[in-house]
Write a protein that binds this ligand. Structure first.
Ligand code: SIN
Length: 295
């Protein structure tokens, strides 16, 4: 068994892991340490890795089944590996350049995503992460009490909906990737506003400004002031960490308890990543969590 080293990079969340070579099969004792670091720190980072798509998938398989993104194409021979690319001559939008959690419009949003840098810019293109545990824990008791019984509707429509303009509404169009829009992005999915995470036994805020459309039973207009407040509070600087990529770096975030934001500040430089996304469970409300603990 190898012993890994875990070094936090910020007070809120995020830790770098040393002593793991992800191109090699990992024994259960090492995996137990990686799982603990993931649960404790919400997002974990590895440096100086060199992995093929097969090795990337082999690491991901320890955590569950793979998602094939409904709107962004995967590699032709590995559809579960999604290239996240911005070319040097593309001065437009980047993928993920807004605070969000991945695919919360699914019935079972992602457990997490494992992002590997094949070609990192010399500077810029960092990714920020924000702890949604802290976002929940720092709300007032009155606000927590109000939100605990509430659910919200999530939808891909603002980004992948059948009006092309919807992409532009949320930032300049992403040109360096194969992204489709369509009717199937218009559906809405209901999730608890406060989510219980079984591994940590903690509660987190589960709304994001891209996919959360409104509170259940409320109109979009009625929902906007409270959603705006929560989405701003969710990403307060003291809830965040910022990761500077090098070629060979990997980030693995708990998509249930973190939002992330890919900075688009490297025009004229190329950035190429591979993302493998793990399917998660149906989000548990606090009541679901209490029932699960009692069982
Ligand atoms: C994403 O949202 O998955 C993209 C993150 C990044 O490219 O840093």
């Amino acid at each position: 068994m190898s012993s890994i080293e875990v070094s936090p990079i910020a007070g809120a969340l995020g830790a770098e892991i040393q002593g793991v070579d992800l191109s090699q099969p990992l024994d259960e004792a090492t995996m137990a340490q990686v799982r603990k670091a993931f649960a404790d720190h919400v997002v974990i980072f590895f440096r100086d890795q060199k992995i093929s798509p097969e090795q990337h998938l082999a690491f991901g398989a320890h955590f569950g089944e793979f998602d094939i993104h409904r709107f962004a194409a995967g590699l032709p021979d590995h559809p579960e590996v999604m290239p996240v690319v911005k070319e040097a001559d593309d001065s437009g939008g980047n993928f993920g350049g807004l605070w969000h959690s991945d695919v919360t419009f699914y019935e079972k949003p992602a457990l997490g995503s494992i992002l590997y840098a094949l070609d990192a810019p010399a500077y810029g293109g960092d990714t920020m992460f924000s702890s949604q545990y802290l976002a929940y824990e720092t709300l007032s008791d009155g606000m927590k009490e109000m939100l605990e019984g509430m659910t919200a509707m999530h939808s891909a429509k603002r980004v992948y909906g059948n009006q092309g303009t919807s992409i532009n509404r949320y930032g300049p169009q992403v040109k360096s990737m194969e992204i489709r829009t369509g009717d199937d992005a218009e559906a809405e999915m209901e999730h608890p506003v406060i989510r219980y995470i079984p591994e940590s036994g903690r509660r987190c805020l589960f709304v994001n400004p891209v996919y959360t459309i409104r509170f259940s039973g409320w109109t979009e207009e009625e929902s906007k002031p409270l959603l705006d407040f929560l989405c701003t509070h969710a990403v307060r600087p003291e809830h965040t960490c910022r990761f500077q990529w090098e070629t060979g770096s990997i980030a693995f975030w708990d998509n249930r308890a973190a939002q992330h934001y890919a900075l688009n500040d490297y025009h004229g430089q190329r950035r190429e990543m591979h993302r493998v996304t793990i399917v998660g469970e149906r989000p548990m409300s606090i009541q679901d969590g209490e029932r699960a603990k009692a069982a």
